[in-house]
Design a protein around this ligand. Structure first.
Ligand code: NAD
Length: 520
């Protein structure tokens, strides 16, 4: 029944350090509102990224367990669909209150398994919680349309749930991304099977426990675990009608293509290489702080991290000052007071990131600040990479063409606003971008000409709040961005529109002869 130290705790008692868990317990599945031990033969060891101590083992759920989750969701669907929107809303109100009550405990689980600092993990929970809060208002947004289209005749639309849907989640936001899916899917009347990342499922396990407490009926929310075999099961299981995926291009393009070929709805948010254009007329202090925070926060493991700086004109001379600010950041275990960034997720991620820094050096870029080899005294065994700034980068270099997903900022120099816009638009990714300027006309031009889907003007990480939608562009979203997470498009994704045209005419007004032509 237990899995990680945070999951076994309560809202008022949860881990506050990276201390080795004495008896790590395996992560179970969650079916029909119960945690059930997996009979798996394959397990993934999950280590605290700050210490590489074992936290839990995550199963590759067996075929029978995967099927049982869909059985549970399928069985629960008719009654859940028939539950009134107001009753569903009452459950969501309780769910929101319980998430808020367990906010610190959820954050502790994230720090333990994912590595980000507690303060940042609280932001991870809050951004998901806000989607759940927004979902309480879905009855208003579920309303259809009605029009009297002819005498005695009207057309109405209804939004109906799809049935069983699935979510496949990445490691970097263990609470926020499941909460982009679960509240919207369930409030619109679907039942859901969630596959959290096998690298940090703990937050989703707590969210499942809270969902049961809030009153979600058995089978409405279920959790299965694993890697590619679980994903293939989700893609090929005909009873799953829609898949929400967030993660890398490699996995997401495959899931989108094969899931769509199987006739499912698929929404897939993918990788990124977000550029910030620094204009000479900007507020320098604000821009440098914003960039240091957005490049290195969460150890750069955010899909909206500002990982690329476009230094326009003389702003290239500001880089030493940016390096000074980055040096001032504290890299430490996420539970430590004052930590600004924690470790990266795994030893493999650290090796990959260090390899990309080395490649930049070999290709002739300048390593202005080198985070390789940094080790905080208390945590000699963690996956540490300190803030790194690579200057004089050229677009052909590997550190520019690949998503680094670590605390590494690559900086390119250009002369003009035109050059900056052209460079950003030539990049194949288009998740987010930012410009720092005091000029309204320059900002307006950037806004209209740059092709990224989420833009900040003097704002470093412009993730849209839940009343909007997460609108990546280009290679950062599959299917040309036709389907995006949360907000109105999220409701569209999880619902099918039924359009009903009805005629109610008094008996004596009905004609006696049949008409065989289309009405003209
Ligand atoms: P990932 O693609 O490795 O994993 C995501 C999910 O896919 C996991 O549940 C994993 O089990 C599964 N998976 C991994 N490889 C697979 C494969 N070969 N076949 C089938 N399934 C597979 O991604 P990650 O490392 O967990 O997350 C980081 C990535 O996610 C980065 O590229 C980041 O930019 C992206 N991301 C994007 C957004 C966004 O909204 N655009 C948000 C967060 C993260």
């Amino acid at each position: 029944k237990h899995f990680n130290a945070a999951a076994t705790s309560t809202a008022s008692s949860y881990p506050t350090s990276h201390e080795q868990i004495k008896t790590p317990e395996d992560t179970p599945n969650f079916l029909n509102n119960k945690f059930t031990a997996s009979q798996a033969s394959t397990w993934f060891d999950l280590y605290d990224p700050a210490t590489n101590n074992l936290v839990t083992r995550v199963p590759q759920s067996t075929d029978a367990e995967l099927k049982a989750a869909v059985d549970a969701a399928e069985k629960a669907f008719p009654a859940w669909k028939a539950t009134s929107v107001m009753s569903r809303q009452q459950i969501m109100f309780k769910y929101v209150a319980l998430i808020r009550e367990n906010w610190d405990r959820l954050a502790a689980s994230i720090t333990l398994e994912q590595g980000k600092t507690v303060a940042d993990a609280k932001g991870d929970v809050l951004r998901g919680l806000q989607v759940a809060e927004g979902a309480c208002g879905i009855p208003e947004q579920m309303k259809g349309e009605v029009l009297e289209v002819a005498k005695d005749m009207e057309t109405r639309t209804y939004r109906e749930p799809l049935g069983v849907v699935a979510a496949i989640c990445p490691f970097n936001f263990p609470a926020m991304i499941p909460l982009w899916c679960v509240p919207v899917a369930t409030m619109t009347g679907n039942t859901i099977v969630v596959k959290p990342s096998e690298r940090d499922p703990g937050a989703m396990m707590i969210l499942a426990e809270l969902a049961a407490k809030a009153g979600f009926p058995e089978g409405v929310i279920n959790i299965i675990h694993g890697a590619a075999p679980t994903v293939d099961f989700i893609i090929d299981e005909p009873r799953i009608k829609a898949i929400s995926f967030v993660g890398s291009n490699k996995a997401g393009e495959y899931i989108f293509t094969r899931g769509s070929a199987n006739g499912k709805r698929v929404q897939a948010n993918l990788g990124a290489k977000n550029h910030a254009a620094i204009m000479p007329d900007c507020n320098k202090n604000h821009a440098l702080n914003a960039i240091a925070g957005a490049a290195f926060g969460a150890a750069g493991q955010r899909c909206m991290a500002l990982s690329t700086c476009v230094m326009v004109g003389e702003t290239k001379d500001w880089l030493p000052e940016l390096a000074e600010r980055a040096k001032g950041l504290s890299i430490n275990g996420g539970f430590e007071a004052g930590a600004d960034l924690g470790p990266v997720i795994s030893p493999e991620a650290k090796k990959r990131i260090e390899g990309l820094i080395a490649s930049a050096e070999e290709e002739g870029a300048t390593i202005l600040l080198d985070g390789r080899g940094y080790v905080p005294e208390k945590y000699p065994n963690g996956n540490w990479v300190g803030p790194t700034i690579i200057a004089n980068v050229k677009p052909h270099m590997r550190c520019y063409t690949e998503e680094i997903f670590g605390p590494v900022l690559v900086c390119l120099n250009v002369e003009t606003t035109d050059d900056a816009i052209n460079l950003i638009n030539a990049n194949e990714y288009g998740n987010g971008t930012a410009i720092f300027t005091r000029s309204g006309p320059t900002a307006a031009r950037f806004q209209s000409e740059v092709e990224a889907g989420q833009m900040g003007i003097n704002v470093p990480i412009p993730v849209p709040l839940p009343m909007f939608s997460f609108t990546g562009n280009k290679k950062s979203i599959a299917g040309g961005g036709a389907s995006t997470f949360y907000g109105k498009p999220g409701i569209n994704f999880y619902t099918q529109i039924k359009t009903v045209t009805s005629l109610w005419r008094s008996e004596d007004a009905i004609e006696t002869k049949a008409k065989t032509i289309m009405p003209t």
